[in-house]
Design a protein around this ligand. Structure first.
Ligand SMILES: [Zn+2]
Ligand SMILES: [Zn+2]
Length: 252
């Protein structure tokens, strides 16, 4: 009975003080204190069950022949495999933008969940060379310097924390760093790739991680040029194979 009163009071208080709707749609929240996201939106934050390229995680058409995507068939990827929970659209896109630009940190946990499930169920031995040991540690892609470390906000690291916790492996901070360089203004993918190829440098990899697989976490896999540059930097530092986990994957 008392619990009932408490939750009623909490609800009323929440609606009075935080009368806003769901931060991802227009619906009014019944209990703004417990979550900024309505149950309908929350329900949509689930990994997409669709065929994907086993190497780069690109979602394929439902009718596609299972296997590597066109790009992975012709181009070697520096990572062992990349996995994403869902395409970068709809509620996932809105939630990622809210997290990144409006710093809704509470969304990081909601978004990490589907990514963790997607990584757990990704085939690790599928003939695409992705077989091997589970990652020994998690590394987050650092934010570009012009978005400022002084802002002290890195959405990738907020996502990486629950990933590391769920998998029971450490989150290694400070290993991967951005080099100071101007913002990406080049648009062609090959130019972009060249531009970011030296965008990362690494600190000293701890002895126990030399040669061990790592898991690199970012919010969105767009062209792949950023994560590929980060993966190369990690491998240069002495890491073993690197897997990539992002919440969303941009369509090609
Ligand atoms: Zn909603
Ligand atoms: Zn692919």
């Amino acid at each position: 009975m008392r619990d009932h009163f408490t939750s009623q009071w909490r609800r009323a208080f929440g609606q009075l003080v935080f009368p806003q709707g769901c931060c991802l749609c227009e619906r009014t929240l019944a209990d703004p204190l417990s979550s900024p996201v309505c149950p309908e939106c929350k329900d949509q934050l689930r990994p997409l069950a669709a065929p994907a390229c086993p190497r780069c995680g690109l979602f394929l058409a439902p009718s596609a022949v299972p296997g590597l995507c066109g790009e992975c068939r012709v181009r070697r990827r520096p990572f062992r495999m990349a996995v994403a929970a869902a395409p970068y659209e709809g509620v996932f896109q809105r939630a990622l933008l809210e997290l990144k630009f409006r710093r809704r940190e509470v969304l990081a946990e909601l978004l990490a969940g589907p990514a963790i499930s997607a990584f757990r169920r990704a085939p690790r031995d599928d003939g695409a060379g992705t077989a091997g040991a589970f990652p020994a540690a998690v590394v987050a892609v650092p934010v570009p310097f012009w978005r400022g470390r002084r802002r002290g906000f890195n959405q990738a690291e907020l996502l990486a924390r629950p990933v590391a916790r769920e998998f029971g492996i450490p989150l290694v901070r400070g290993l991967l760093r951005r080099r100071s360089r101007p913002p990406q203004t080049l648009v062609s993918p090959s130019a972009r790739r060249r531009n970011v190829s030296g965008a990362f440098r690494t600190g000293r990899l701890s002895e126990r991680l030399v040669g061990r697989p790592l898991l690199l976490v970012d919010d969105v896999f767009t062209t792949g040029s950023t994560v590929e540059a980060a993966v190369r930097a990690l491998i240069r530092s002495g890491a073993g194979p690197v897997d990539v986990l992002t919440v969303a994957r941009a369509p090609r």
